[in-house]
Structure formats: C-alpha cells, structure tokens
Design a protein around this ligand. Sequence first.
Ligand code: B12
Length: 209
Amino acid sequence: MSVLEQIKEFVIAGSAKKVKEYTEQAVAEGLDASTILNDGLITGMNVVGIRFKANEVYVPEVLMSARAMHTGLAVVKPLIVNAGIKEKGVVAIGTVQGDLHDIGKNLVIMMLEGAGYKVIDIGVDVSTEKFIQVIEEQQPQIVGVSALLTTTMTQMQHTVEKLQAYRDKIKIIIGGAPVTQAFADEIGADGYAADAASTVDLVQKLTSI
Ligand code: B12
C-alpha cells in the first residue's frame, strides 16, 4: 500500500498516531502538501462521510476520524503556511451558530494563511453578535461564514443579513458542503467557493477590487 493509501486508511480507522506517522513519512518522501491533503487526508474523510450517511459508522467513529485528520493537517500546515510571506489582508472566518463542523473551515484557514493572508479564526458555533464584535474590533476586509448542515443554512442567512450593515467595510464569503453559488446570490453574500483552493482565488479577487 502506498503512503497515501495508508494515510487514507488510517483516517478512516480513526488512528491519529498512525495518520501522524504516515503523513510525516509522506513529507519525508517529498510528496507535496496538496497531494497529501487531497489524495490522503481528504479522500479518507470523504469515505467516512459516505459511510456516515449510510449509517455504517456513527458520530464517535466520525469524531475519531476527524481527530486523526487534524493530526495530519498539523503535520502539513508548516508546508502550506509560509511564515515569511508579507500579509495581503485580513480575513475572519467562523462556523455559524448551531454548527460544530470545523475541518473544512480549518483547511480554508490553512490555505489562506499559505497565500499570505492574516486569518482570524472565530471558531465554531459563532453567533451573529460574535461575528459583529470581531468585525468591529479587528476590522477584517473579508468575513467568511461556514455551514455544514442544511439546518444551519438558515442561521447563515440570518448572519449574512445582519452583516449587510457593515457592507462598506467588508466583503462576505460563504461555504460548506450544502452551500451553493445560488444560495450565496439569494442571501446577498459577495462570494461562494466550493473548496479551500478556490477560496484563495475568491479572496484574491475580492481584495483586489
Ligand atoms: C466530520 C463530520 C462531523 C463531525 C465534525 C467534526 C469537526 N471537528 O468538524 C461530527 C461527528 C462532530 C459531526 C456531527 C454532526 N454531523 Co456531521 N459530518 C461530518 C462529515 C463526515 C465530514 C465533514 C467534513 O469535515 N468534510 C471535509 C471538509 C474538508 O469538507 P467541507 O467541510 O465541505 O469543507 C470544504 C468546503 O465546503 C469549503 N468550505 C468550508 N467552509 C467554508 C467557508 C467558506 C467561507 C468558504 C468560502 C468555503 C468553505 O472548503 C472546505 C475545504 O475544501 C460530513 C459528511 C460530508 N461528507 O460532508 C457530515 C455531515 C456534514 N454531518 C451531518 C450531520 C447530520 C451531523 C449531525 C447532525 C449528526 C448527529 N445526528 O448528531 C451532527 C451535528 C453537530 C453540529 N451541531 O454541528 C450531515 C449533514 C446533513 C445535512 N444536509 O444537513 C453530513 C452531510 C453527513 C450526512 N451525509 O448525513 N459531523
């Protein structure tokens, strides 16, 4: 089995120790960070997602896999985040209230940091008031809102509506598995991206206007 397949299998098995070990091995073998991410860590998490949907695995197993994935992310982070890069702008990002999913948000943060942006991680289960507090205190140019549940998309809409009052200062971007460009247009967000790499392109586009 290749090192990427090992990473994938151990994410599925929820073995943080092994994921760390094989991710370090993949780095030592010279594989680049995006290959390790996309063909190892994310591929593993996708399989977990399919099995979760089919009721073949349950929340505790998914949490173990999520933890295992995080240990792998921590290993590749230094390869993606180039500390020496000049700061291009400030992005604040959080997962909406009622939603605890943060793997995708954390990936987006890593990629943005890697592209030279300062990123304020507001965390998960973030209320509209908390988003507003961060905007007022830290003055980001871009605010990212993540939602992974169809039920929390309503909260996302509420947050985006309240943030309209800050439109002269910020651009709002949204994302997460159930979110679409059509939904972004409907609720008045400035942009939507389907994955972490396209989020970097989107932020670059919005900050250069
Ligand atoms: C891991 C996981 C969990 C973990 C979360 C751990 C963690 N720390 O995040 C745990 C076990 C806690 C969990 C709990 C629940 N989950 Co869950 N979970 C998942 C799972 C398997 C993977 C999500 C994930 O991390 N994907 C990998 C990342 C990389 O992808 P991503 O999040 O989509 O992010 C990418 C893009 O969307 C985008 N992006 C993300 N955010 C943003 C933000 C911006 C601004 C932009 C531009 C882009 C962007 O870029 C990211 C990187 O490429 C999904 C299934 C799936 N395949 O999506 C279900 C899933 C999301 N969960 C689901 C459900 C139902 C739940 C629970 C309600 C289960 C329960 N009965 O308790 C709870 C809800 C808890 C809560 N209140 O939030 C459903 C949602 C169904 C729906 N349509 O609403 C899913 C789809 C599973 C399913 N098919 O049934 N879950």
